[in-house]
Design a protein around this ligand. Structure first.
Ligand SMILES: Cc1cc2nc3c(=O)[nH]c(=O)nc-3n(C[C@H](O)[C@H](O)[C@H](O)COP(=O)(O)O)c2cc1C
Length: 387
């Protein structure tokens, strides 16, 4: 039988009888404010901030607000089944942990805590190229959990090949290639503090531990960190790639490939033409192009155009169970959760991430039921109206 995620609600109320309340809010939109009290201004700005004036971050939330759920009654939604299948693997719910770099700036356990919490829930963690732990360390913490690897595509093919080989060996099954961040956007909250984690050697663990990258250096990173860091930053940012180069990644990766950062129907079609297996409709949480469309606005057209050829995933602005329902109804097969789990990590390490995931899934389960639906897969646009 499928797991009853809504049971977290009873668990919390019953703990109340013993005088206990949740350590972190169950309102995931409130966590940024709580995290502000424990994070350095630099770390908070890096996580919460976006490109330019923040218009795209606002657009992401406004796009969700424009769609309304229309609840249906007496549909027999007592027993729900949130399971879904992605690339042949069954997931307990249509939720993955988005790739988020430099997690040590919010909690000393960083990606290891996230990997443990994700594994405990059976939800895929997508490890960022900008991790503060190595590919192998995170795999060990993740154990038998499902894990995917996100690539910031280096402009050096040997280094790319080496990183992908390590990820494959360490049990990461699916490759997510992020296309929207080949160069860093204008991010005033970071610029005003002259704060970029990478040049402080945060989020460089994968490169610094990579044999092909190290072979490029005149001196080891241990002997000359500054030169190594600058070389790596120049390798993974600053170079745009082209559609015809995807064939190289196809040769280097023997498994599903998902392109992240797709916002135009034609780009989604090109992904299908290039033999890719999925896309993440995403604007990187409004961190790249200020004044861009809300990611959810792009979803229905893309799902309609390529949903029968590719797995269509979604992120940017997902905060509640109802957000997940809206994204699924508009054609996403699953969503990636971003900032909320990072705030959970900041506030409570592994337990904090687990609380955020359990809260989201409980909210999803209960809202799905009360809207009159039994499975996530049964959601179609007819579950919504545009208001
Ligand atoms: C602090 C932070 C770091 C991120 N690092 C990465 C990364 O290394 N690779 C990547 O593909 N996306 C990265 N993202 C983008 C997320 O994967 C995801 O697209 C975004 O968080 C979705 O927006 P939301 O968190 O507002 O829902 C990062 C996002 C944040 C907030």
């Amino acid at each position: 039988m499928a797991e009853r995620f809504g049971g977290y609600q009873n668990e919390i109320y019953l703990q109340g009888l013993a005088g206990t309340t949740p350590a972190l809010s169950t309102d995931l939109t409130a966590l940024e404010e709580s995290a502000a009290a424990v994070l350095t201004p630099e770390a908070l700005g890096y996580v919460a901030g976006g490109a330019g004036a923040g218009a795209t971050m606002r657009a992401n939330r406004e796009a969700f607000d424009r769609w309304k759920i229309v609840p249906r009654m007496l549909t027999g939604a007592t027993d729900r089944d949130l399971t879904t299948t992605l690339f042949g693997a069954e997931l307990p719910a249509p939720v993955l942990l988005a790739p988020v770099g430099v997690q040590s700036i919010v909690h000393p356990d960083g990606e290891l805590a996230t990997a443990r919490a994700a594994a405990g829930m059976g939800l895929p963690m997508i490890l960022s190229t900008a991790s503060t732990r190595t590919i192998e360390q995170v795999a060990e913490a993740n154990g038998d959990g499902p894990r995917w690897f996100q690539l910031y595509w280096p402009n050096d093919q040997d280094v790319t090949a080496s990183i992908l080989e390590r990820a494959h060996k360490a049990g990461y099954t699916t490759l997510v290639v992020t296309l929207d961040t080949w160069s860093l956007a204008w991010r005033p909250r970071d610029l005003d503090r002259a704060y970029l984690p990478f040049i402080r050697n945060e989020g460089t663990a994968i490169a610094m531990s990579d044999p092909a990258f190290r072979a490029r250096l005149a001196k080891t990173p241990e002997d000359d960190a500054a030169t190594a860091i600058l070389q790596w930053v120049g390798m993974f940012t600053g170079t745009d790639h082209s559609w015809d180069q995807l064939v190289v990644l196809r040769e280097l990766w023997d498994g599903p490939i998902v392109l992240k950062g797709i916002q135009h129907v034609d780009d989604a079609r090109r992904a299908a033409d290039a033999g890719m297996n999925g896309v993440v409709v995403s604007n990187h949480g409004g961190r790249q192009v200020d004044g861009a469309l809300g990611a959810l606005e792009a979803l229905p057209g893309i799902a309609q155009a390529v949903g029968d050829q590719l797995e269509v995933l979604f992120d940017s602005g997902v905060r509640t169970g109802s957000d997940v329902i809206k994204a699924l109804a508009l054609g996403a097969k699953a969503v990636l959760l971003g900032r909320p789990f990072v705030y959970g990590l900041a506030l409570g390490g592994e337990d904090g991430v687990r609380h955020v995931l359990r809260s989201l899934l409980a909210d999803l389960d209960l809202t799905l039921a009360l809207a009159g639906h039994r499975t996530a897969a049964a959601l179609t646009p007819s579950a919504l109206v545009r208001g």
